[in-house]
Each structure stands twice: as C-alpha cells, then as structure tokens.
Write a protein that binds this ligand. Structure first.
Ligand code: NAP
Ligand code: ZN
Length: 335
C-alpha cells in the first residue's frame, strides 16, 4: 500500500512529504488509520541520528493513535474500527525468557516503530498487531498518544524503582515525560518535587501535580527544599546532569532512575551511594502487561498529559518547538 508520510531524508533534516510503498505481511500486521501522534524527544534524537541507529528516509512518530482498518489473519484480539495506540516498540520475538516473563521491552529482538519501520507522522501505520493496544473509553485519542511512549516509560520506570503511594518522589526535567511522571506519582498518592530549569514550570508546579518545585538554575537551589529525603528520583533530561546533589536528596535505599538519555557518560561518586545503600538504575519503555496496567490507571485515576495540538502539516514547527523546550508540556499532531 501507499503511505503518505512526513519523512527525514538525511541526518538532522526537516521532514518532507514523501510517499512510501510498503505492504502489511498478511498475518501479524495490522493497518491503522492515524488520527493523532505525540512528539517525543526521541523523535529528535532519531532525526539527528544521535544513537547511530537511524535509517533514512525515516518517518518519525511513535506515540501513535488511530483506528484499525485492516487486520492480518493471525490477529483476533482487535477488530476493524477499534481505537488503538502504539508506542516505541514495533515487535519482539515473543519466545525468549524476557518476552515470556512479560518484559517484551527487554527482548534482544525488539524492533522499534521508527528505526525498523515507518512511524506515525503519516496517514497510516503498519505494525505488528500484538504491539497495538486497545484504548479504554476514558482515555481520549488526543491524550492517548503521549501515554504510549512517554507515559509508559515513566510509569514503568517508577514502578520498577518501587513507587507505591505515600512516598516522596522527585522528577528532574518537566517536559513531556517529566510532567507525566509528576501526574502518575501524584495521582497515585505520592508527594512530588519537580526539578526544573524553566521559571514558568517552577511557578506552575501545582497545576501539573507537584507539591514543591526547585528551580535548579538558582543559587543554592537544593537548600531551598523544605523537606527531605526522597524515596525515588527520576531523570527525564535529554542531556548530561550533575548527579551528586540529587544522590544526597535520596533517603536510605533510595533509587535514582534514568529514562532521559544523557549525551555523555555519567560521573558517579560512590560514597553517597555506599553510605545509604542508594541505587542508580535506568529503564526502557515498558512491556505489554504494564502498558495495559498503565492504561487502566489513566482510565480510573484520570491521569492525562497536558498537550499542545498541531496540524500534521505543521509538523516541522511542532518539532522546532520541542527542540527549543517551548512546548507545554507534550506536542500532539492530528491528521
Ligand atoms: P522533552 O519534552 O524535550 O523534555 C525534556 C526536559 O528536560 C525539558 O523540558 C527540560 O525540562 C529538561 N532539559 C532539557 N535540556 C536540558 C538541559 N540541557 N539541562 C537540564 N534540563 C534540560 O523530552 P521528552 O520527550 O520528555 O524526553 C526526555 C528524554 O527521555 C529524551 O532523552 C528521550 O529520548 C528519552 N526517552 C527515553 C525513553 C526510554 O525508554 N527510556 C522513552 C522516551 C523518551 P525543564 O524545562 O523542566 O528543565
Ligand atoms: Zn518516545
């Protein structure tokens, strides 16, 4: 079939309309008519080939929402006309220990929606139907996209770092992922501290669920925190950060988890870890089970992203706004 896409044709290029000929495999693939697609910072990393895995032409867009219009013969859990969401993961082997344990996101054969296929900045998406998720009625299409990558990434990382309720949780970087981390943690009954470099986000912390905020660009910023310690800190920053001040904010057995990808290796002082048995971890997206769990939580607890909508034809303006940290708080394009 013929996909009408917006594609990057070389490293760092703007997206151009491009028609691409590709067919579903007839068995496990489904075809989705795209209605909405969120913009994740990983789309920019991929356009820029920051991770050395981009193939051009590349169609970014991996927070995809739409309606099923065609089903392969092996896909019986979805039906035509159904509203579904798709995230970063396109497929996995479904037979290794990780897949069988419900950790498809850790599978060595895992494929990405945009590195191994054509993504959601297009009229249609072809994807393995086993990685398309039925959306609950309480989750609007315009809000569902950002949950499919940004939302699941922070939800899974926080859960695997031990998030329950009644804890104190810190979030570094209040962009697309960060504001959703604040949303999940606060709606599930935790007290949340936002660490931001943006004055307006510092001022409006309460509006996205944070009970306290720290403007880390200010002198002695960390000393202004009223209460310590934190049980978990999650970093969503797509750049290098100095981690030592954050380690000191964690309580005993506290965890610093990374989902944002720094541009160079971290410097890790061991003493602040050792003295309080603190941990550092990192986490990629989420498996299929926890994706369904997250969608239920969003449905029942009303967790939803704060979005700025753009027409698909304005995709380059929207990408620029993300690049310059001007979006509040997640950009979503609609077709
Ligand atoms: P985003 O919307 O651009 O937000 C990133 C936020 O980080 C910004 O809003 C800003 O927050 C802060 N920030 C940016 N540059 C900074 C700098 N130089 N120093 C300090 N703070 C800075 O990005 P996103 O879509 O949330 O993605 C964040 C990161 O997560 C990206 O690296 C992305 O690739 C990664 N990611 C990882 C996974 C995974 O599976 N682990 C999944 C999706 C995305 P303030 O204005 O509050 O300072
Ligand atoms: Zn993403």
């Amino acid at each position: 079939m013929n996909l009408q896409t917006f594609a990057a044709t070389s490293q760092g290029s703007t997206l151009e309309p491009k028609s691409i000929e590709v067919d579903p495999n007839g068995t496990t693939d489904i075809v989705i008519k795209v209605t909405h697609c969120g913009i994740c910072h990983s789309d920019l990393h991929m356009i820029d080939d920051d991770w050395g895995m981009s193939n051009y032409p590349m169609v970014p867009g991996h927070e995809v929402v739409g309606e099923v219009v065609e089903l392969g013969s092996a896909i019986n859990h979805l039906k035509k006309g159904q509203r579904v969401g798709v995230g970063w993961q396109r497929s996995a082997c479904l037979q290794c220990d990780d897949c069988l344990n419900g950790n498809e996101n850790l599978c060595d054969e895992s494929e990405s929606t945009i590195a191994n296929g054509y993504g959601g900045f297009a009229d249609h998406l072809i994807i393995d139907g086993r990685f398309a998720f039925a959306l609950p009625d309480g989750v609007a299409s315009k809000h569902a996209g950002p949950l499919m990558c940004g939302g699941i990434t922070v939800y899974s990382a926080l859960r695997h770092a031990g998030m329950s309720s009644g804890q104190r949780i810190g979030v570094i970087g209040i962009g697309g992922l960060g504001h959703m981390a604040v949303g999940f943690a606060s709606k599930l009954g935790n007290e949340v501290v936002a660490f931001t470099t943006s004055g307006d986000k510092f001022n409006e912390a309460a509006s996205y669920g944070a009970s306290e905020a720290v403007n880390i660009t200010e002198e002695n910023a960390f000393e202004k925190l009223t209460r310590k310690p934190l049980d978990i800190i999650i970093s969503t920053v797509p750049a290098s950060i100095e981690i030592e001040p954050y380690l000191h904010l964690l309580g005993s057995d506290g965890t610093l988890t990374f989902v944002g990808v720094p541009d160079k290796p971290l410097e890790i002082p061991v003493f602040p870890l050792l003295m309080k048995r603190r941990r550092i971890m990192a986490s990629p997206i989420g498996g299929r089970g926890i994706m369904r769990d997250m969608l239920r939580v969003c449905d029942r607890h009303g967790v939803q992203p704060v979005i700025e909508e753009f027409a698909m034809s304005d995709i380059n303006q929207a990408l620029q706004k993300v690049r310059h940290n001007k979006v509040r708080y997640r950009a979503v394009v609609r077709s």
